[in-house]
Design a protein around this ligand. Sequence first.
Ligand code: C2E
Ligand code: CA
Ligand code: CA
Ligand code: CA
Length: 278
Amino acid sequence: VKRSGKNNFQFYQMTQAKNDLESLKIETNLRKALERDEFLLNYQPKLDLASGKVSGVEALIRWKHPQKGFISPADFIPLAEKTGLIIPIGEWVLRTACMQAVAWQKAGLPAFEISVNLSVRQLYQPYLLEKIQGILEESGLDPAYLELEITESIMMDSEHALKILNELRSLGIKISLDDFGTGFSSLHYLKEAPITKIKIDQSFVRNCTTDSNDATIVKTIIVMTQQLNLEVNAEGVESEDHLAFLQKYHCNEAQGYYFSQPLTADEFARQFSRMERI
Ligand code: C2E
Ligand code: CA
Ligand code: CA
Ligand code: CA
């Protein structure tokens, strides 16, 4: 037992060292990725359940590494946050998404919201507000069509973060609380922060038709947000049953593979007319 324990430890050390080296390499590559134009955005439609129309799209970053192929944001965003690279990357995402939204409008698509994920770290970057204002001016996007998705986090619980969020709101930008139910102080933020929408985390939606606890959680979040006069989005909608459940409880908005995977900008524009189908 002792021996195998030791071996396990050595194995752990070795894999740890390998992982450290690996993440070091990724970090170096991450630094160069912006210059080399290796990032792109995919867009996942969000459907308004009352009208059946596309109410918006969520911009999701992709990294096309020249050797490794596509790397998931779940793998590199945490590293970008740790190293601070999320600041220039996040700015690129915002600019690209806003420009794309205007390009679609110019191409004749109806106007809809564009949602961009904002890392908590970005809330603490100097001149965030000025940067976003600059991007809105540069792109010509009406701020009413921009939604920023933030997650619950202990760091958000500060005067500074609340001040920035309030300033963003007063520009007309919408703020939605992502991954709702998975953090620690959800209800506190609902009271304090200028949130316009809640996104029910996919882990609850996934089992809402098979697990009575998840069903209760999803129903309760929907009722609560409506009583608070907030909008509510359900993520990770993968089946007709999920959709029927959400419609029954009057959820405002839904997104998930049932409607569409995240698409490239061109795919999205091409498939748009076929999307409004519920
Ligand atoms: P998220 O913001 O919660 O985004 C939703 C994730 O769920 C996306 O994964 C999306 O592709 C996936 N998804 C959508 N519908 C379904 C479904 O029906 N079933 C399942 N199983 N999954 C679904 P993705 O694109 O891999 O992004 C992962 C996470 O990376 C995002 O989670 C977000 O936290 C982060 N991320 C992505 N793009 C950005 C970005 O531009 N900036 C920042 N800061 N974070 C980003
Ligand atoms: Ca809306
Ligand atoms: Ca999100
Ligand atoms: Ca989410």
